[in-house]
Design a protein around this ligand. Structure first.
Ligand code: GLN
Length: 471
């Protein structure tokens, strides 16, 4: 099921949004118990929204996503619907407003089926830190779908919806896209409004799409991007044109294969990236090897900056304003009891790391140093983009790993994002596109990176790789 085909068929009256949504709900019913993709399903609401889409189409509205079912990562606020960010501490909380992206999707005729599972507060790379149990990879249910947007990726990979939204703070769209054989886009910082996104690390978080194809991802991104006065970090410009540039190709482009974005990857992943480089060369690009040593500092800087911001953002979950409250003899005891019960181990680890990095006497040595590394990273990327226009590397070091394989070893889990984190630190754009297969026939993703606002170019290059498929 392709989102473009669904929308065209609903617009033409060949099928109805209600029929499409009902069919998707059946697929959810067949596999959700096994895969644990949706942690909240709103079947009735989805069918009612679909009926309204059919009325709008009948009244002559031309909706780009007419009747297209979508899954929303559970850190996106939907008015009146459970929104937990995968955490026990938000159990029972229902937001009083819609995230901007949720409103834009609905305005374009898309129909949200419900909330997709995720690592708690988006902290993780496997969807195993969710308080609501892990999600399984539809391509091999003994493996993880990646994370933290694993539910959104699995929903698309399982054919429950054609497209989904996730969020990417350090790789949480691109890595699960790679592990589930999908296209995933981490847009330029500020391109997509975060109003109504539950914050993890505000200087890094971005919302973006998952889809089977580049064209579908481009369409969804066009719908959700563009200035929003409700998000002060939103770029003051309209959504870029992406769909009209999909066939631009890569002729004359200069591509840099980044040594540090393949170092340590499994040989089969390295091989896929090399074949991707060859494909781009055959399509008319010039590919050269480049080295950006600063990339190696990315993981360390990220695990100071992201936890520091998270420790501040998560201070609001105090038992007073949102979700869970565990009572105690006084307010402080209530705060402590609520946070002790409400947060899982990984979230507590991040809050402690972040609080430590920001504390008096350590601030300059840890948080301050990390910010300097971040500046160097931004400058290093800028130097690279003075020579080449696109960078190429792996998305993840391996194909999907087994459930439980890294849950006891936080550092091993953190290393899943070693190739994706640098983009977030730089605030730039990147796309993961499936290219070839590895162990057990599982998909491999390759990553295309570009400067801020380079989405159209990256998607055109991704399309060249998609056409070849990595075979
Ligand atoms: N896996 C990384 C982390 O745990 C990135 C998560 C994300 O992008 N939300 O922080």
């Amino acid at each position: 099921m392709n989102a473009l085909e669904v929308a065209a068929s609903v617009r033409a009256g060949a099928t109805t949004a209600v029929e499409v949504v009902a069919e998707c709900l059946e697929r959810v019913a067949t596999r959700n118990a096994e895969l644990n993709v949706f942690i909240h399903l709103d079947a009735e609401g989805a069918l009612a929204s679909a009926a309204r889409v059919d009325e709008r189409v009948a009244a002559g509205a031309s909706l780009p996503l007419a009747g297209v079912p979508v899954a929303l990562k559970d850190n996106l606020c939907v008015r009146g619907q459970p929104t937990t960010a995968g955490s026990r501490i938000l159990a029972g909380w229902r937001p009083p407003y819609d995230a901007t992206v949720v409103g834009r999707l609905a305005g374009a005729g898309a129909v949200a089926l419900g909330k997709a599972n995720m690592d708690e507060f988006a902290m993780g790379s496997s969807t195993e830190t969710s308080a609501y149990g892990p999600t399984r990879n539809p391509l091999d249910p003994t493996r993880v779908p990646g994370g933290s947007s694993g539910g959104s990726a699995a929903a698309v990979a399982a054919g429950m919806v054609p497209v989904a939204l996730g969020s990417d703070t350090g790789g949480s769209i691109r890595q699960p896209a790679a592990l589930c054989g999908l296209v995933g886009v981490k847009p330029t910082y500020g391109l997509v409004s975060r109003y109504g996104l539950i914050a993890f690390a505000s200087s890094l978080d971005q919302i973006g799409p998952f889809a089977h194809t580049v064209a579908e991802a481009a369409l969804v991104l066009e719908v959700i991007a563009g200035h929003d006065p409700l998000d002060t970090t939103s770029l003051p410009e309209p959504a870029p044109e992406l769909s009209s540039h999909l066939d631009d190709g890569v002729a004359g482009r200069r591509v840099g294969l980044v040594r540090e974005l393949v170092e340590g990857a499994d040989p089969e992943v390295l091989d896929a990236v090399r074949r991707a480089a060859e494909t781009l060369t055959r399509a008319g690009a010039t590919v050269e090897e480049v080295s950006i040593p600063e990339i190696k500092l990315g993981l360390s800087a990220y695990y100071l900056i992201a936890p520091a911001e998270a420790s501040s953002n998560l201070a609001r979950y105090d038992g007073v304003r949102y979700g869970l409250r565990v009572d105690g003899p006084d307010v402080e005891a209530m705060n402590v009891a609520t946070r002790t019960v409400g947060f899982g181990d990984e979230v507590k680890r991040r809050i402690m790391l972040g609080t430590y990095a920001l504390s008096a006497g350590y601030y300059d040595a840890y948080y301050g140093q990390a910010l300097k590394v971040r500046t160097r990273m931004i400058e290093a990327f800028a130097r690279a983009y003075a020579r080449v226009d696109t960078l190429l590397g792996a998305t993840a070091p391996s194909v999907a790993f087994a459930l439980g394989a890294k849950t006891q070893d936080p550092l091993a889990m953190y290393l899943s994002d070693v190739f994706t984190i640098p983009t977030n630190l730089a605030g730039e754009a990147a796309v993961s596109v499936p290219f070839g297969a590895g162990e057990g026939g599982l998909p491999i993703g390759v990553q295309l990176l570009g400067p801020a606002r380079s989405e159209a170019r990256l998607l055109a290059a991704a399309r060249v790789l998609e056409a070849e498929g990595g075979r």
